[in-house]
Design a protein around this ligand. Structure first.
Ligand SMILES: CC(C)(COP(=O)(O)OP(=O)(O)OC[C@H]1O[C@@H](n2cnc3c(N)ncnc32)[C@H](O)[C@@H]1OP(=O)(O)O)[C@@H](O)C(=O)NCCC(=O)NCCS
Length: 144
């Protein structure tokens, strides 16, 4: 981690609060093993955490085995730094016949500036309920 890196000089809008229209589904602090060669957090690590976070709401509807079928959008808006406290928020977008689509937004609190939040990542994922043979399985609609 270096304050002279180009990533460190990227301007980021600082927020004073976290979303109220999304659900907090995961909080995690990245460790040194999660860094890339620049000392920032490796994008693949962030993607894996987002996939886990995104699966929480769909699991409520799938009520069983499910698989990630698509990452419809993934934007790394700001770098994630070692020691950041990451909050993953998620919201339902669509319930299909066998699939559920959600958005995930990730907010970082820099370790020395807690209470100030920077949106670092946003993504959209689709999960499919699957049966024992790994084939798509109809999901129960909440109002059914
Ligand atoms: C998930 C899987 C079972 C779906 O099988 P499939 O034959 O493609 O299924 P279908 O074409 O019937 O699509 C199933 C649902 O996924 C949706 N879907 C498929 N491809 C999609 C895509 N690219 N983007 C968004 N949704 C998609 C379909 O719209 C459908 O949703 P609906 O029933 O709610 O309308 C199969 O693709 C699979 O096993 N993929 C690997 C999953 C995996 O291993 N994930 C982890 C990656 S390491």
């Amino acid at each position: 981690m270096s304050d002279t890196s180009s990533a460190a000089s990227t301007a980021a809008a600082t927020l004073k609060s976290l979303p109220t229209d999304m659900e907090l589904v995961l909080k995690v602090i990245p460790m040194p093993a999660d860094c890339n060669a620049n000392g920032d957090i490796f994008g693949g690590w962030v993607m894996a955490q987002c996939d886990l976070a995104g699966s929480v709401i769909p699991a409520r509807y799938a009520k069983g085995r499910q698989a990630t079928v698509a990452v419809n959008e993934f934007i790394f808006k700001q770098p994630v730094r070692l020691g950041d406290i990451l909050s993953f928020y998620s919201k339902l977008v669509r319930i299909g016949r066998t699939s559920v689509t959600v958005t995930v937004e990730v907010f970082a609190e820099r370790f020395r500036a807690q209470g100030e939040y920077i949106k670092v990542t946003q993504a959209t994922f689709t999960y499919v309920a699957i049966d024992d043979n790994g084939r798509p399985r109809p999901i129960e609609k909440p109002d059914a």
